[in-house]
Ligand binder design. Structure first.
Ligand code: DX5
Ligand code: ZN
Length: 229
């Protein structure tokens, strides 16, 4: 089941907030592999987004993987609620508290895939002791909190380092922030396989006219795959 093929995960942070159900159906119909849901608490990051009830409401509109990125602290108290809301992958930040190991154990204990995310200022080595207990490492290529920011190039060396550290383990590398047709080849070449993209997927389209979503997803995928050929 595990594969390092390129997966495109549109972030609904860039969707029409008055139309999430239709937006999720549209991006999947247009070729999205995963749907990325950015949960923000106004404390760990300076923005507020979706609670568990929102995720539960979205679940019936998502056929594939619901990838829930928790940018919240504390995080442990909310894991069960997001698991019950139907998340397939739950990602917590290594910076969110002193007990990321316990958090990851709890996510797996809830029967979900566990992801660990690193902010741009956190070195790859911060997850060295966690690689046997995660299904994904998420490398933030912007400072979390907002969509539409520029890709931080210095993270490329970190992605390559993580790819080396992961070795043969069945652990995805997800890239989150500033992924575009221009940056996708850089991250795939460095070893990433899950590419989150918000603004670059949703630009130019809508749930009523979703063809642009499809064209954007295909262009990002093609750019990422071309770098591997
Ligand atoms: C940032 C979020 C990202 C963001 C990506 O805090 O975790 O998922 O929405 O948006 P773009 O692709 O626009 O950088
Ligand atoms: Zn995210």
């Amino acid at each position: 089941m595990f594969s390092r093929s390129i997966k495109i995960a549109p972030s609904i942070l860039a969707a029409d907030f008055a139309n999430f159900g239709a937006e999720c159906r549209a991006i999947e119909a247009q070729g999205a592999d995963w749907v990325h849901v950015d949960v923000m608490d106004g404390h760990f990051v300076p923005n507020l987004t979706f609670g568990p009830a929102m995720c539960a409401a979205l679940r019936p509109h998502i056929k594939g993987v619901m990838d829930v990125h928790l940018m919240i602290s504390p995080v442990d108290v909310y894991l069960e609620a997001y698991a019950k809301a139907g998340a397939d992958v739950i990602t917590a930040h290594v910076e969110a508290g002193p007990h990321i190991h316990r958090t990851l154990q709890a996510i797996r204990g809830l029967g979900k895939k566990a992801g660990v995310a690193l902010n741009p200022g956190t070195p790859a080595e911060a997850v060295a002791e966690l690689l046997d207990m995660v299904d994904m490492v998420c490398v933030m290529t912007v400072n979390p909190g907002f969509g539409g920011q520029s890709f931080i190039e210095s993270q490329l060396a970190k992605i390559a380092r993580l790819r080396q550290m992961i070795g043969d383990r069945e652990v995805h590398i997800e890239i989150d922030g500033g992924v575009t047709v221009a940056t996708a080849p850089l991250v795939s070449k460095a070893g990433a396989d899950v590419l989150v993209a918000g603004s670059a997927v949703f630009k130019g389209g809508s749930a009523e006219a979703p063809e642009a979503y499809g064209a954007n997803i295909r262009a990002i995928r093609a750019a990422a795959e071309a770098a591997l050929a």
